[in-house]
Design a protein around this ligand. Sequence first.
Ligand SMILES: Nc1ncnc2c1ncn2[C@@H]1O[C@H](COP(=O)(O)OP(=O)(O)OP(=O)(O)O)[C@@H](O)[C@H]1O
Length: 244
Amino acid sequence: MISIENLSVRYRDEFALEQVTAQIQKGELLAVVGPNGAGKSTLLKTIMDQIKPHTGHIDLAQSRLSDIAYLPQSSQIDKQFPITVREFVAGGAWRRLSFWRAFNRKENVRIYSALETVGLLGMEERQISALSGGQFQRMLFARMLVQDADILLLDEPFNAIDAQTIEDLMKVIERCQQAGKTVIAVIHDLALVQRYFPQVMLLATQMIAKGDAHQVLSTDNLIRAGYQHLAHLPADSTLLSKTA
Ligand SMILES: Nc1ncnc2c1ncn2[C@@H]1O[C@H](COP(=O)(O)OP(=O)(O)OP(=O)(O)O)[C@@H](O)[C@H]1O
């Protein structure tokens, strides 16, 4: 379980998160949603201990930081770096390796199996700069699979990605959850959240709501979170698909 207690995070004098409290159960498939600047990425970075809280804390229970895999926004990765798909995906194994324990057969099997799962088998010797947006995202997922962590943090994994890739990668996420992993994903597209995510955390610097998707994503909650364009709609969450 991840226990977030009264968490506040600030950059200089501006709060990005304010007094957020939430419990995330082991094995949860959770979408983190909220308008621009709501503190979603900050929450993931704080869970990963990249950012220190101003007040409050996050308790990972039995898990350690090494049990967390983080899939950053793809815009944060240098796509021109001269490295092949196989080399990039192999990077997911680094925690298990050392100078003395180099790659063995088992790690190679893991890499090729991950490439197969995301549909990139046959592309392993390609430079990452030659991949399409969808292929690049598949490669990020393959590296995350190789890491084989218990907690997966995904920051906008489906931004500017085609529908087929989203569907394929959602299957990968669902399989991870069925294997007992905890999945926490920042997602902008509320229709996508409604379709795939049973649990939702709605943030607007403060916690607006967390729980079952259909309850959290009520028009009322969304307006409270600052989705102003919903203000003229009746309180009917089926209208959500129009917000994407
Ligand atoms: N490194 C930083 N220095 C200063 N302010 C920051 C920094 N990172 C984020 N912020 C600010 O903190 C607030 C929350 O940012 P964050 O990136 O966590 O929001 P978000 O919900 O992920 O936004 P988006 O949906 O636009 O990606 C924003 O006002 C942002 O401008």
